[in-house]
Ligand binder design. Structure first.
Ligand code: SF4
Length: 302
């Protein structure tokens, strides 16, 4: 078993030259063709990362192209109405991402002359951009030698080390393992390995290019359960606040509705208090607005 301490140590020559070469060779042969992989445009990369935050890649593909057709630069989005973006966002879920991206575009336009920042600290100041997204932009647009830990990479790291990892340690390991000068290939390779070979259930250890270096190797309790970056089970969508909010946002994308109709639209006719709370939440989040007794999409800010 690998030794995981405050200072990162690896067992099984993890991080050694053979391991790095094996993974990069496999990555070059097995790369999935995804539209955001053919660009280094930092705005396109940022958009793809925000879209991918809580939505499956297969659903993001078409929307990503459509988004960039509509708003090819931060300046284009900054000058658009938020309501237009929210209409576009229907079906993707988690519309706070849209509002944050709109605000980020305005910040980029006003404070950075329309260019997506190149420094981690400046990226982290953009609305909706957390450590994962900031690092992803640094790697996939600017090719900086950094690691990034999402659900998939968190699973790989825990399995390689046969240890549940705290977030700080997982990030340290991810940074330390990056092949210098090849961070783009390296990190995409980790995503592909996790998505196609080292899957959540039934990892294909026999076909894994780095199985000689993996401490877990699919035997016994999965160390990825509960480890850093590895997502927990989501609440069912049916009957959730998320579903009710989504129904209201979708209805508003078709046009304004009377406030008295909101509960029915959300399927909450018998839960008026809950419906009122959800409407208030959406308004407080700047996603919908009142105009008299009528509800509208957006924040009415010109
Ligand atoms: S050997 Fe198995 S558990 Fe280890 S990285 Fe490969 S697929 Fe995952």
């Amino acid at each position: 078993m690998a030794s995981i301490s405050g200072t990162v140590e690896f067992g099984h020559a993890l991080g050694g030259r053979g391991f790095t070469r094996a993974l990069l060779r496999w990555a070059a042969d097995s790369r999935r063709d995804l539209p955001w992989r053919s660009t280094r445009d930092p705005w396109a990369v940022l958009v793809s990362e925000v879209l991918l935050q809580q939505t499956q890649a297969s659903r993001v593909e078409a929307k990503y192209r459509e988004f960039l057709d509509c708003w090819p630069t931060p300046g284009d989005l900054a000058s658009a109405e938020l309501s237009e973006l929210l209409k576009f966002w229907v079906g993707l879920g988690y519309p706070r991402r849209a509002r944050n991206l709109h605000r980020a575009a305005q910040q980029i336009t006003n404070l950075h002359q329309g260019g997506v920042p190149r420094e981690l600290e400046q990226l982290l100041e953009l609305p909706g951009v957390g450590p994962y997204t900031a690092r992803a932009v640094m790697i996939f647009a600017y090719e900086k030698d950094l690691g990034v830990v999402d659900t998939n990479v968190g699973r790989l790291l825990a399995r390689w080390c046969d240890s549940s990892l705290r977030p700080k340690i997982a990030q340290e390991i991810a940074d330390k393992l990056v092949a210098p000068g090849q961070s783009w290939d390296w990190n995409q390779g980790l995503f592909d390995l996790a998505a196609t070979v080292c899957t959540k259930r039934n990892p294909q250890c026999g076909a894994c290019p780095v199985n000689s270096w993996c401490a877990w190797h699919g035997a016994g309790t999965d160390p990825a359960d509960g480890s850093a970056g590895v997502s927990k089970k989501q609440q069912p969508f049916q009957g959730s606040d998320r579903q009710a909010r989504g129904l209201l946002m979708a209805a508003l994308a078709q046009g304004s509705i009377d406030t008295s109709e909101a509960a029915a639209v959300m399927g909450l006719l018998d839960q008026q208090c809950r419906a009122t709370q959800l409407v208030d939440d959406l308004r407080n989040e700047g996603l919908i607005a009142f105009q008299g007794d009528v509800l509208l999409l957006g924040d009415l800010v010109k």
